[in-house]
Structures are given as structure tokens and as C-alpha cells.
Design a protein around this ligand. Structure first.
Ligand SMILES: Cc1cc2nc3c(=O)[nH]c(=O)nc-3n(C[C@H](O)[C@H](O)[C@H](O)COP(=O)(O)O)c2cc1C
Length: 172
């Protein structure tokens, strides 16, 4: 397999919610998370940890932890839940977000479809989505949960777009 160059990679990445029946090799998931380990982090502590879920029953339960917009977690081929020990980490949300962006880009690089599924401050079925996930996966209270990422080999992918940055030179 040939991998895309950076410019092509960022321009073609899309959130993928439609997956083929092809299995993602465990090795590719490891490579995606190895890339995420290099994400910048507050205080340079590289604090992210990841729960990888490939068991269908648990994935469906994870999808059910949020009332809306979490479907791909249940029907994808794998799910990743980034977690972070937020004790003494004021910027844990930012750390988790940057690492998750690395996951999305690395997935694209390795030909894996991925989608950010937001969890923080979202409604679950018994309480907040975070509380439901914490109970499902046994995550300690002092770990923050910003989101999950659904993964699968892409079936349909959104079109390549032409996007331009809004830039203010020198002053707003
Ligand atoms: C902070 C954030 C929260 C998101 N939450 C969800 C979500 O809960 N469910 C979902 O299907 N997609 C979610 N997405 C994916 C966005 O819908 C997607 O990135 C956006 O529509 C742009 O499409 P693109 O990723 O293909 O460029 C989220 C993305 C971000 C960055």
C-alpha cells in the first residue's frame, strides 16, 4: 500500500460513518495510536491513555452511552476511547482534543475510516454520557473523557472539498 503525502492527506480526510465488512488489522490500530502518542501535550507530559474496544457487544453499549449521534461506535469495526488522568491537568480537554485529531489524521493515512464522537457534556441514558461510559468501561472518576473515535474500513466517504482559511493579516 502506498500512503498519501501530507497535503493530500489533510485535504481528503473526512469523517467516515459508513464502513465495509473488512476487518481493521490490530497492527493498524496500534500504528494509529503510536502516531497519537506524538501529539503535543500541556506541560509535555504526554498524558493520554486509550481504551481499544473490538467486542461488538461492548461497542453497542458504548454507542448507547450517548442519546444522539453515537451510532458509528456500535456498527464500526473498532472504537477507541481516549482517557486522561485530569488530576493537576488544567488543560486536559485540549490534550485530549489534540491527540484525537492525530488519531483522525493517522487513521486517514493508514486507509482507516474514523469519526470523532463527542461525549463531554452530552446526555446519556442514565445520566451524562461520561458517567455512562465510566460505568461501562470501569474508568476512574479522576479520568476525563472528551470523546470516543469510531473506526472501520471505509465504504462511502464524503467528497474532497475545497476549503480556504479565513485569515486576518496583522490585525482583526
Ligand atoms: C468536537 C467535535 C465533535 C463531534 N461530534 C460528533 C458526534 O458526536 N457524532 C458524529 O457523528 N460526528 C461528530 N463529529 C464529526 C463532525 O460532524 C465532522 O468533523 C464535521 O461534520 C466535518 O466533517 P469532516 O470531518 O468530514 O470534515 C465531531 C467533530 C468534532 C471536531
Amino acid at each position: 500500500m502506498t500512503y498519501p503525502a501530507f497535503e493530500e492527506l489533510v485535504r481528503t480526510r473526512r469523517s467516515v460513518r459508513s464502513f465495509s465488512s473488512e476487518h481493521i488489522p490490530d497492527e493498524l490500530i496500534s500504528k494509529i495510536l503510536e502516531a497519537a502518542a506524538y501529539a503535543p501535550s500541556s506541560w509535555g507530559g504526554h498524558p493520554m491513555e486509550y481504551i481499544v474496544i473490538r467486542d461488538r457487544d461492548t461497542m453497542k453499549k458504548l454507542a448507547a452511552c450517548k442519546q444522539m449521534g453515537a451510532g458509528p461506535l456500535g456498527y464500526g469495526d473498532a472504537a477507541i476511547v481516549p482517557v486522561i488522568d485530569r488530576r493537576n491537568l488544567e488543560l486536559w480537554v485540549e490534550d485530549a482534543a489534540v491527540a484525537s485529531a492525530y488519531i483522525l489524521l493517522a487513521a486517514e493515512y493508514y486507509g482507516v475510516g474514523a469519526c470523532w464522537i463527542h461525549m463531554k457534556d452530552r446526555v446519556g441514558h442514565t445520566g451524562s454520557a461520561e458517567e455512562d461510559i465510566r460505568a461501562l468501561l470501569g474508568i476512574p472518576e479522576y479520568y476525563g473523557i472528551l470523546n470516543a473515535v469510531s473506526l472501520g474500513m471505509p465504504k462511502d466517504k464524503g467528497k474532497k472539498r475545497s476549503l480556504t482559511p479565513v485569515i486576518h493579516y496583522g490585525k482583526f
